[in-house]
Design a protein around this ligand. Structure first.
Ligand SMILES: N[C@@H](CCC(=O)N[C@@H](CS)C(=O)NCC(=O)O)C(=O)O
Length: 215
Protein backbone atom coordinates (compact mmCIF):
# COMPACT_ATOMS: atom_id res chain seq x y z
CA UNK A 1 0.00 0.00 0.00
CA UNK A 2 1.49 3.32 -1.11
CA UNK A 3 0.24 6.76 -0.04
CA UNK A 4 1.70 10.01 -1.34
CA UNK A 5 1.06 13.05 0.81
CA UNK A 6 1.36 16.05 -1.50
CA UNK A 7 0.32 19.65 -1.81
CA UNK A 8 -0.91 20.88 -5.20
CA UNK A 9 1.88 22.56 -7.19
CA UNK A 10 4.54 21.86 -4.54
CA UNK A 11 7.76 19.88 -5.05
CA UNK A 12 5.70 16.78 -4.28
CA UNK A 13 4.62 17.02 -7.92
CA UNK A 14 7.89 15.24 -8.80
CA UNK A 15 7.13 11.96 -6.96
CA UNK A 16 3.49 12.34 -8.00
CA UNK A 17 4.59 12.26 -11.65
CA UNK A 18 7.05 9.45 -10.97
CA UNK A 19 4.34 7.27 -9.39
CA UNK A 20 2.01 7.86 -12.34
CA UNK A 21 4.82 7.11 -14.79
CA UNK A 22 5.56 3.91 -12.86
CA UNK A 23 1.94 2.80 -13.22
CA UNK A 24 1.94 2.32 -9.45
CA UNK A 25 -1.19 1.72 -7.50
CA UNK A 26 -1.20 4.53 -4.93
CA UNK A 27 -3.39 6.93 -3.04
CA UNK A 28 -2.65 10.64 -3.50
CA UNK A 29 -3.63 12.52 -0.34
CA UNK A 30 -3.54 16.32 -0.39
CA UNK A 31 -1.99 18.17 2.54
CA UNK A 32 -2.67 21.83 1.86
CA UNK A 33 0.35 23.99 2.68
CA UNK A 34 -1.65 27.20 2.43
CA UNK A 35 -4.04 25.85 5.06
CA UNK A 36 -1.14 24.89 7.32
CA UNK A 37 -2.13 21.22 7.29
CA UNK A 38 1.55 20.19 7.08
CA UNK A 39 2.02 21.51 10.64
CA UNK A 40 -0.99 19.70 12.11
CA UNK A 41 -0.22 17.00 14.70
CA UNK A 42 -1.59 14.13 12.58
CA UNK A 43 0.77 15.02 9.74
CA UNK A 44 3.78 15.74 11.98
CA UNK A 45 3.31 12.23 13.35
CA UNK A 46 3.93 10.95 9.80
CA UNK A 47 6.61 13.48 8.83
CA UNK A 48 8.18 15.39 11.77
CA UNK A 49 9.80 17.79 9.26
CA UNK A 50 6.32 19.13 8.51
CA UNK A 51 6.94 19.18 4.78
CA UNK A 52 5.64 17.50 1.66
CA UNK A 53 6.23 15.09 0.07
CA UNK A 54 5.94 12.04 2.28
CA UNK A 55 5.56 8.62 0.75
CA UNK A 56 4.19 5.97 3.09
CA UNK A 57 4.97 2.46 1.90
CA UNK A 58 3.29 -0.34 3.83
CA UNK A 59 3.15 1.91 6.88
CA UNK A 60 6.75 3.16 6.62
CA UNK A 61 7.11 6.90 5.94
CA UNK A 62 9.82 7.99 3.54
CA UNK A 63 10.76 11.67 3.22
CA UNK A 64 13.03 13.73 0.94
CA UNK A 65 12.51 13.91 -2.80
CA UNK A 66 15.90 12.40 -3.60
CA UNK A 67 15.14 9.28 -1.57
CA UNK A 68 11.51 9.05 -2.65
CA UNK A 69 12.31 9.40 -6.36
CA UNK A 70 15.10 6.84 -6.11
CA UNK A 71 12.80 4.43 -4.25
CA UNK A 72 10.04 4.79 -6.86
CA UNK A 73 12.56 4.05 -9.61
CA UNK A 74 14.04 1.05 -7.84
CA UNK A 75 10.70 -0.39 -6.71
CA UNK A 76 9.28 -0.32 -10.27
CA UNK A 77 12.16 -1.60 -12.41
CA UNK A 78 9.78 -2.56 -15.24
CA UNK A 79 8.93 1.15 -15.74
CA UNK A 80 12.59 2.03 -16.42
CA UNK A 81 12.44 5.27 -14.44
CA UNK A 82 16.11 5.18 -13.45
CA UNK A 83 18.73 5.66 -16.14
CA UNK A 84 20.57 2.46 -17.07
CA UNK A 85 23.81 3.08 -15.25
CA UNK A 86 26.80 1.74 -17.17
CA UNK A 87 29.22 2.55 -14.33
CA UNK A 88 29.26 3.69 -10.71
CA UNK A 89 30.21 7.14 -12.00
CA UNK A 90 27.05 7.34 -14.15
CA UNK A 91 24.93 6.48 -11.13
CA UNK A 92 26.80 9.07 -9.07
CA UNK A 93 26.18 11.72 -11.76
CA UNK A 94 22.46 11.00 -11.56
CA UNK A 95 22.48 11.34 -7.76
CA UNK A 96 24.60 14.46 -8.07
CA UNK A 97 21.90 16.10 -10.22
CA UNK A 98 19.10 15.11 -7.80
CA UNK A 99 21.13 16.37 -4.83
CA UNK A 100 21.82 19.71 -6.54
CA UNK A 101 18.13 20.15 -7.37
CA UNK A 102 17.21 19.46 -3.75
CA UNK A 103 19.97 21.47 -2.10
CA UNK A 104 20.34 24.51 -4.39
CA UNK A 105 17.64 24.83 -7.04
CA UNK A 106 14.72 24.13 -4.72
CA UNK A 107 15.87 26.41 -1.84
CA UNK A 108 16.34 29.43 -4.14
CA UNK A 109 12.68 29.11 -5.17
CA UNK A 110 11.73 28.29 -1.58
CA UNK A 111 13.09 31.67 -0.47
CA UNK A 112 10.87 33.44 -3.00
CA UNK A 113 7.80 31.54 -1.79
CA UNK A 114 8.66 32.22 1.87
CA UNK A 115 9.70 35.89 1.64
CA UNK A 116 6.22 37.43 2.19
CA UNK A 117 5.80 35.30 5.31
CA UNK A 118 9.34 35.84 6.66
CA UNK A 119 10.20 39.48 5.99
CA UNK A 120 7.91 42.37 6.94
CA UNK A 121 10.05 45.25 5.75
CA UNK A 122 9.26 45.84 2.06
CA UNK A 123 12.71 47.07 1.02
CA UNK A 124 14.50 44.24 2.79
CA UNK A 125 12.05 41.74 1.30
CA UNK A 126 12.54 43.04 -2.24
CA UNK A 127 16.32 42.80 -1.88
CA UNK A 128 16.05 39.25 -0.53
CA UNK A 129 13.68 38.17 -3.33
CA UNK A 130 15.89 39.79 -5.98
CA UNK A 131 18.92 37.83 -4.73
CA UNK A 132 16.98 34.56 -4.65
CA UNK A 133 15.55 35.23 -8.10
CA UNK A 134 19.01 35.89 -9.53
CA UNK A 135 20.16 32.55 -8.06
CA UNK A 136 17.13 30.80 -9.60
CA UNK A 137 17.77 32.36 -12.99
CA UNK A 138 21.39 31.21 -12.88
CA UNK A 139 20.22 27.70 -11.95
CA UNK A 140 17.64 27.63 -14.76
CA UNK A 141 20.34 28.73 -17.21
CA UNK A 142 22.60 25.92 -15.99
CA UNK A 143 19.80 23.37 -16.45
CA UNK A 144 19.10 24.80 -19.89
CA UNK A 145 22.73 24.25 -20.90
CA UNK A 146 22.61 20.74 -19.46
CA UNK A 147 19.55 19.91 -21.60
CA UNK A 148 21.04 21.23 -24.87
CA UNK A 149 20.68 18.58 -27.59
CA UNK A 150 18.86 16.19 -25.23
CA UNK A 151 15.26 15.04 -24.99
CA UNK A 152 15.64 14.07 -21.35
CA UNK A 153 18.33 14.59 -18.72
CA UNK A 154 19.69 11.04 -19.01
CA UNK A 155 18.75 9.74 -22.48
CA UNK A 156 15.26 8.39 -21.87
CA UNK A 157 12.69 9.71 -19.38
CA UNK A 158 13.73 9.22 -15.75
CA UNK A 159 12.63 10.44 -12.32
CA UNK A 160 15.18 13.27 -12.73
CA UNK A 161 12.96 14.71 -15.48
CA UNK A 162 9.94 14.65 -13.17
CA UNK A 163 11.97 16.67 -10.64
CA UNK A 164 13.22 19.10 -13.32
CA UNK A 165 9.62 19.70 -14.39
CA UNK A 166 8.72 21.25 -11.02
CA UNK A 167 11.13 24.18 -11.22
CA UNK A 168 10.07 25.50 -14.60
CA UNK A 169 6.46 24.98 -13.50
CA UNK A 170 7.15 27.35 -10.58
CA UNK A 171 9.14 29.80 -12.71
CA UNK A 172 6.25 30.04 -15.16
CA UNK A 173 3.14 29.71 -13.00
CA UNK A 174 4.12 30.98 -9.56
CA UNK A 175 6.57 33.75 -10.50
CA UNK A 176 5.88 34.58 -14.18
CA UNK A 177 9.57 34.50 -15.14
CA UNK A 178 10.53 35.31 -18.69
CA UNK A 179 11.33 31.81 -20.00
CA UNK A 180 12.84 32.92 -23.31
CA UNK A 181 16.46 32.51 -22.05
CA UNK A 182 15.77 28.78 -21.47
CA UNK A 183 14.65 27.27 -24.82
CA UNK A 184 15.99 23.77 -24.06
CA UNK A 185 14.27 23.70 -20.69
CA UNK A 186 11.02 25.00 -22.24
CA UNK A 187 11.19 22.22 -24.87
CA UNK A 188 11.76 19.71 -22.05
CA UNK A 189 8.66 21.06 -20.26
CA UNK A 190 6.60 20.72 -23.45
CA UNK A 191 7.84 17.15 -23.87
CA UNK A 192 6.69 16.38 -20.32
CA UNK A 193 3.34 18.13 -20.83
CA UNK A 194 2.70 15.75 -23.75
CA UNK A 195 3.05 12.72 -21.45
CA UNK A 196 -0.29 11.27 -20.28
CA UNK A 197 1.08 10.62 -16.77
CA UNK A 198 2.03 14.28 -16.38
CA UNK A 199 -1.37 15.37 -17.67
CA UNK A 200 -3.09 13.12 -15.12
CA UNK A 201 -1.03 14.60 -12.28
CA UNK A 202 -1.69 18.20 -13.33
CA UNK A 203 -5.43 17.48 -13.61
CA UNK A 204 -5.52 15.77 -10.18
CA UNK A 205 -3.58 18.58 -8.51
CA UNK A 206 -5.76 21.27 -10.15
CA UNK A 207 -8.86 19.42 -9.02
CA UNK A 208 -7.48 19.22 -5.46
CA UNK A 209 -6.70 22.93 -5.55
CA UNK A 210 -10.22 23.75 -6.73
CA UNK A 211 -11.73 21.53 -4.03
CA UNK A 212 -9.67 23.32 -1.38
CA UNK A 213 -10.76 26.74 -2.75
CA UNK A 214 -14.37 25.63 -2.51
CA UNK A 215 -13.95 24.28 1.04
N1 LIG B 1 14.31 18.58 1.22
C1 LIG B 1 12.89 18.34 1.14
C2 LIG B 1 12.20 19.69 0.94
C3 LIG B 1 10.70 19.57 0.99
C4 LIG B 1 10.06 20.94 0.97
O1 LIG B 1 10.71 22.01 1.13
N2 LIG B 1 8.74 20.95 0.77
C5 LIG B 1 8.02 22.18 0.77
C6 LIG B 1 7.01 22.21 -0.38
S1 LIG B 1 7.81 22.34 -1.95
C7 LIG B 1 7.24 22.30 2.06
O2 LIG B 1 6.67 21.33 2.52
N3 LIG B 1 7.23 23.50 2.63
C8 LIG B 1 6.54 23.77 3.84
C9 LIG B 1 7.45 24.09 4.98
O3 LIG B 1 8.68 23.87 4.85
O4 LIG B 1 6.95 24.57 5.99
C10 LIG B 1 12.58 17.39 -0.01
O5 LIG B 1 13.29 17.39 -0.99
O6 LIG B 1 11.63 16.61 0.11
Amino acid sequence: MITLYYSPNACSMAPHIALEEAGASFEARPVYLRKGQHKEPWYLAINPNGQVPTLVVDGVPLTQNVAILTWIGRAHPEAGLLPSFASPMEEAQFLSLLAWLASSVHPAFGQQFAAPRLIDDATERERFVARARAASEANLARIDRMLAGKEYAFGRFSVADAYLFVFLHWAKNAFAYDLSPYPNYVAHRERLLARPAVQRVLAREQEAMAASDAG
